[in-house]
Design a protein around this ligand. Sequence first.
Ligand code: FRU
Length: 525
Amino acid sequence: SGLNYTEPYRPQYHFSPAENWMNDPAGLVYYNETYHLFFQYNPAGIEWGNMSWGHATSKDLTHWEERPVALLARGYPENVTEMYFTGSAVADVNNTSGFGVDGKVPLVAMYTSMYPVAQELPSGKNVLAEQQSQSIAYSLDDGETWTTYDAENPVIHNPPSPYGAEFENFRDPFVFWHEDTQKWVAVTVLASLHKVVIWSSDNLKEWSLASEFGPYNAVGGVWECPNLFQMPIKGHPSIKKWVLVLGLNPGGPPGTVGSGTQYFIGDFDGTAFKADPDNIHADNKSANWMDWGPDFYAAASYNGLPAGDDVVQIAWMNNWQYGATIPTSPWRSAMSVPRQLSLKKVNGKVALLQQPQHSWRSVANHQTLKHSWKSVSKGSTSLDSPGKAFKIDLSFADHDSDKSLASTFAIAVRASSDFKQETLVGYNFTSKEVFVDRRNSGDGSFDKTFASLYHAPLSANADKRINLQVFVDWSSVEVLGGQGEVSLTAQIFPEGNSTEARLVSTDGVTQDVRLRISGMDSAWH
Ligand code: FRU
């Protein structure tokens, strides 16, 4: 396939396309014991354009095989008349669509058709506007090849009045089967109006408007890529809640620039989503952030997972602020580690928890470093080099301010031998925040906002400890704090020989430190 997995910055256990531009995951569906990952893809270059659906498959969510492009922009390459924007896919096991023939189960994808349309402005000037509406396609060969439903596409036209003004920004359908009402549901956004618009259908072809939600909470930029799914609350299995996850761009979490992801916990009856009152913030600005870092966007969840399995999401590990200028070649962008989601009461409030989906263990190797310290002294403590791809479990005692105790404690990773270049992942005992500091992490020259410090609130667990899991790859760090109630994802572009690590305890000592580092092998075959 022409892959060269030793290229500078090439992710070793995160999915990235062999070459060319990738953005949102779209159409995540598990069918016939295979995980499908479709994604926004430009077959012709490392910048956004000619939007098509790329395709990769996996048996375990960690080892991926890139497949031929699934939906190639119509008219490509000469004269693109339709691009296939973000959407979703389902296995229509009851053949409600009628697309299945000879007993074959159709996979049905819904995507946003982006048509360039000539439009005459009131001034008389002619412009090429963007017409977005929702269309479907089906596959009878497990996602390898697709047929667009040209007879009736688009199946959801630009919304009727009163939405007419938002002609240009109606997109990102997330379709799923709603068991209780035995109907298909499609969740879309009117991106610039900060509204989620919900549709329902019996056959995936004819859709009727069901309800709308929003605007609420973070509305700093357009709303994109909605997702809606149900989960029980851990420890209260009879209580099930619905979670709405939304991208917004720009207007991400405090301290970031560009894209971000927020969520709402609430209820959904097959028609309308209603957020719990404590999930609607009165200031109309703050939000439940799914990730507090700069590089976690367009999170999408799997359809078709076996009943009883937790929800699994994958996000685009990049940011529209600088996505098109990151210094990688001949590809741009990678996906996050797949995240297993759950709901649990943490400090009195139901929180969305994230854990790495377990298959990451299949690439963990035996080069494991394990060490504990009653007390890590002030200053820096050297560690054996863990290399460039590894997973860290770091746990230590929390404390309140005290002269002899640290103000911050961190592990430095992907550091140069003189430690002039390093990425710090740690905890601030005063502000009670976990942080990622990529100010000296390597190349940041391509964007002036890149070299920054990111933080997220995290309280100690009941045992008064801070627990961090950190996934480090050739060009990223992903931090999950506590039980997974906070997540911080950030790309980094360190020099290739930056393989050192150390502990840094500032202003005083850090107590009861436990560290385990597992080496990670390449997941490519
Ligand atoms: C989000 C997004 C989507 C759109 C797609 C186009 O990253 O802007 O709203 O469908 O990218 O590539």
